[in-house]
Design a protein around this ligand. Structure first.
Ligand code: ATR
Length: 271
């Protein structure tokens, strides 16, 4: 029997998930297929029920359905519960199990490139949207000493503070004052994407071991990463987060650990 999974979103044509999963399926010689489904805005629940009836093993969920995916699940991981959103659903014996693997993807991506990195230090996060919430929840539950949020709209930043006692907010103006003892600076905003405004940061006060991570991967090297690297800081791009967040779902649906992330897959994702 062919194993089936899919990514659900609206829009969905931009999703690179089918490319990634189908690459792994063919590499491993698994009889499986990963689809992309454009879901009507009011049709998420019905689509999930149909896919369960058609024998799908599970789905990835992207905008704007991550909160709804969490709500309709029968069982939820602790992280998905904290975040209130799911990017991975597993269908098991007619039940829906929800997980959120964005924080895992974020963390593994940095570790993959900087094995000495850990979550224990102080982290400054730019942005307070869905991706930020997943990363902040991951860091807060993985022993981070301090988490500082910087966001354009204050009310959205405030909603993240309930994820842990070590979380606080600062302003863009005061951002550089945080950098002398910051371990990781992470951009989760859409700034720096092709066609969007860039982020300008004064790195002159930053600790010499600061790591700068941008979850934007189009372009692969954002201006933020370029600027940080040109003054000597280690940088990590965003493509790997996309690749790593996909791995737990693949394992759950197809029963096998996907192959390690290599240059062939990275090249395929950039086409
Ligand atoms: P995602 O799910 O990818 O995190 P999102 O929920 O739409 O996306 O969040 C986008 C983030 O980028 C938000 O933090 C947003 O700031 P606001 O909460 O103030 O809207 C931030 N963002 C987007 N464009 C921005 C801009 N031009 N300047 C500053 N912040 C911006």
């Amino acid at each position: 029997m062919t194993l089936k999974a899919a990514v659900l979103g609206n829009p969905i044509a931009q999703s690179k998930s089918p490319r990634m999963h189908n690459h792994w399926l063919s590499k491993l010689g698994i009889d499986g297929k990963y689809y992309a489904e454009l879901v009507p805005l009011d049709g998420f629940y019905d689509t999930v029920q149909r896919l369960i009836n058609e024998g799908f093993s599970g789905v990835n969920v992207t905008a704007p359905f991550k909160e709804e995916a969490y709500k309709i699940a029968d069982d939820k991981s602790d992280l998905a519960t904290q975040i209130g959103a799911a990017n991975t659903l597993i269908f098991q014996n007619g039940k829906i199990i929800a997980d959120n693997t964005d924080g895992y993807g974020f963390s593994q991506n940095i570790l993959d490139q900087i094995p000495s990195w850990n979550t224990l230090g102080k982290h400054v996060i730019l942005g307070a949207g869905g991706a930020s919430r997943a990363i902040v929840a991951w860091l807060a539950t993985s022993g981070a000493r301090e988490i500082v949020i910087v966001n354009r709209s204050l009310d959205r930043a405030e909603t993240l503070c309930n994820l842990g006692p070590q979380i606080r907010i600062t302003s863009w103006e005061n951002l550089s004052l945080e950098l002398p003892d910051t371990t990781t600076l992470i951009n989760t905003t859409s700034m720096g994407m092709n066609g969007q405004n860039n982020i300008e940061i004064d790195f002159s006060n930053a600790h010499k071991s600061l790591i700068v991570n941008d979850i934007v991967y189009s372009p692969l090297i954002t201006k933020l990463l370029h600027d940080a690297k040109s003054v000597g800081f280690k940088t990590v791009g965003g493509l790997g987060m996309l690749l790593w967040q996909a791995r737990p779902g693949f394992k759950a649906w197809f029963g096998v650990e996907p192959p390690l992330i290599d240059d062939e897959l990275k090249g395929l994702m950039l086409k």
